[in-house]
Design a protein around this ligand. Sequence first.
Ligand code: 8YV
Length: 328
Amino acid sequence: MSSPRLKVVLTRRLPDAVETRMRELFDAELNLTDRPMDRAALEAAVQRADVLAPTITDIIDADLISKAGPQLKMIANFGAGVDHIDVDAAVGRGLIVTNTPGVLTEDTADLAMTLILAVSRRIVEGAQVMQEGRFEGWSPTWMTGRKLWGKRLGIVGMGRIGQALARRAKAFGMQVHYHNRKPVPDMIAEELGATYWDDLDQMLARMDLISLNTPATKDTHHLLSARRLALLRPEAILVNTARGELIDEAALAEAVAQRRIAGVGLDVFEQEPKVHPGLLGHANVVLLPHLGSATIEARQDMGDRVIANIQTFANGHRPPDRVIPAMF
Ligand code: 8YV
């Protein structure tokens, strides 16, 4: 007799093809309304699911995990970042946690580059001028931004996305610098012409642009604190496509108000979907609604990775994208 199909609870709507395949393979429970589950709904979900497939909008903390029924075996996250999941608590309870690395690398690097370009070349301001019919003709001194070619970009976190951004930056004629727990292998450093800084403070104080590409962990919370933001050069541009928690948003708003930073591009926020009010209404601050992996292809690939992880587990094998606590 074949064993019953795994009950997989999806907390949000996923691409149609992903949901359909999930229904073919598992006893998949879809969330057709796409309304994020509140706490009570999540508690009920972990009491009936064999596998929970959450997203960044679900807080899977130790308390929620302690309320899971004995049938829960796996948390198969739709997304690369797992800072919304207490991985220690989950693994401590014997659950398998997986994520979807790799498939959103290029898209997130594209978005970081988009923000770098948008802030440097005043793209949003320019587009607004056109939309509002305020273009009065070309002028030699009007709407001048900053050149990228020859500028120094400091990448904080040289993992997959950091390296993908470095490749783009190199193609734009920028000098790549980076801070990471350890240097990348020589071959990669040579390919990227990248300069390593073991001391983040030293790097921050010297760069024309800074991009954050490191996961949110207890060690990286407010990595860009008020003290570190004060190290930036007044001509510097700061871009964040990783996690809002990496920056002390109130301190950043103050730096913007005091014109201690030339420009800011943010795709992620400390209290999403809220944005610190001090960051709104500035021409030199470009804000996007967490679009890093928002391409049709990446979201499909993310869903396929979730399915592959669950299916591998269902077949009695070790899922390819297992998250182990020491990883983050
Ligand atoms: C995802 C992300 O869209 O994968 C990540 O870590 O930040 C996003 O781009 C989101 O996490 C989906 O859960």
